[in-house]
Design a protein around this ligand. Structure first.
Ligand code: PLP
Length: 396
């Protein structure tokens, strides 16, 4: 007997799992493991702000444990609306509270695409967009982020790839896996393409509070009243509560244009009843309560970013574009090596674990790896020293 899985899933690979399996093997052999591959701040010296925990706990004690309205509790929707308006987002049509940004991404894509259609996704990309598109019988249409231009989207490349089956453009800003923040000029050009070709702009802003060097984040939805934009955000990163599984999406643009699309998203939200109930009570205290943890987090991360960039760039054969947001860097290997062999060899021999670049997608002929710089400074220094020695050894 054989149970054949859906063939469209054949396209989906989760290379992070290979890396994790490899790391477990290295650990079993007694190697000290230095984690540079997991984007979960709670595994490092960051903690969920107490007001978020307390309000959720209180909601549980108050027996807020039934189903909620499908799009979310009023308190949470109002808090997201205030946050979005505070960022200058105009013409809000609808807000949906979801089980993490992951669910928002999946539902907003499912509500838009028909079989065989495509959405422009960045390369390198946070993989869920690609998984979700295949899952719904649609295709990722890859456009490049330009490493020589601080990893900004390559607008000419986007334009050249739009076809009659293209329905949207995804931007992840600040970006995972490159840590770059997009200029307003770049964002404006993406908006213009969406308007010209009648495309939905998906703006993933989950790292919007983690900015270095005094940078400011601009939501595309604050720059236009005309384009249809789905803005994603949530509690997993800046609010240090990834296990709460709470995110949201804000659909903005012309009400009439988006009415049926919003209704299609609402249909999917009804099908899954609601997001986690007690955890929705964390949204208001997170967005409106004490924000000091963000200042502390940014301070720590900026130092860790500096160590990452300085130490990696001092290794002959590695070039690291300095990230100005989030907690990722995507350095290039500038010598003859395949990125998977590099990362696997590094894990097996040293216990330092980054992720190989091809797990996110990269330009043909280039080789990268992603590092997550959430670990403490001593750990990062140790890891980059080991990595430098390893590069020197394999280059010989
Ligand atoms: C760019 C991006 N979007 C979405 C997510 C998923 O967020 P959530 O935990 O809210 O599902 C992540 C998680 O790493 C991410 O990096």
């Amino acid at each position: 007997m054989y149970i054949k899985p859906a063939s469209r899933l054949g396209q989906i690979k989760y290379s992070v799992m290979d890396t994790i399996a490899r790391a477990h093997e290295a650990e079993k052999k007694g190697k000290e493991i230095l984690y540079l591959h997991i984007g979960d701040p709670l595994l490092f010296d960051f903690d969920t702000p107490s007001q978020i925990i307390e309000e959720t706990y209180k909601a549980m004690l108050d027996r807020k444990t039934g189903y909620t309205e499908t799009s979310g509790i009023t308190d949470a929707i109002e808090a997201v609306e205030n946050y979005s308006s505070g960022k200058g987002i105009k013409n809000i049509n609808d807000i949906f509270i979801t089980t993490g940004v992951s669910e928002a991404i999946d539902m907003s894509i499912a509500a838009l695409v028909d079989e065989g259609e495509n959405i422009l996704v960045p390369i390198p990309c946070y993989p869920i967009y690609i998984t979700s598109l295949y899952k719904h019988g649609a295709f990722p249409n890859p456009y490049y982020l330009d490493e020589s231009n601080n990893w900004q989207p390559d607008i000419e490349d986007i334009k050249s790839k739009i076809n009659d089956k293209t329905r949207g453009i995804v931007i992840i800003n600040p970006n995972n896996p490159t840590g770059s923040l997009y200029s307003n000029e770049t964002i404006r050009k993406v908006i213009d393409l969406c308007l010209e070709y009648n495309l939905v702009l998906f703006s993933d802003e989950i790292y919007d509070r983690l900015l270095f060097d005094g940078e400011v984040h601009t939501s595309p939805a604050s720059m236009t009243v005309d384009a249809t934009i789905v803005t994603f955000n949530g509690l997993s990163k800046s609010y240090l509560a990834p296990g709460f599984r709470i995110g949201w999406m804000v659909v903005s643009g012309h009400e009439k244009t988006n009415r049926d699309y919003c209704e299609a998203i609402a249909t999917f939200t009804r099908a899954r009843l609601c997001a986690n109930h007690p955890e929705q009570y964390a949204i208001k205290p997170a967005l409106e309560g004490d924000q000091s943890h963000i200042t502390e987090m940014v301070e720590k991360l900026q130092k860790r970013r500096d160590i990452t960039v300085n130490m990696l760039n001092s290794i002959d054969g590695i070039n690291c574009v300095a990230p100005n947001a989030a907690f990722y860097a995507f350095p290039e290997l500038q010598f003859e090596i395949n990125d998977i062999d590099f990362v696997h060899g590094l894990i097996d021999e040293t216990g330092v674990i980054p992720m190989h670049g091809s797990g996110f997608g990269q330009k043909e002929g280039t080789n990268h790896f992603r590092v997550v710089f959430l670990a403490q400074e001593e750990t990062l220094e140790k890891a980059y020293n080991i990595l430098g020695d390893y590069v020197e050894k394999i280059k010989k």
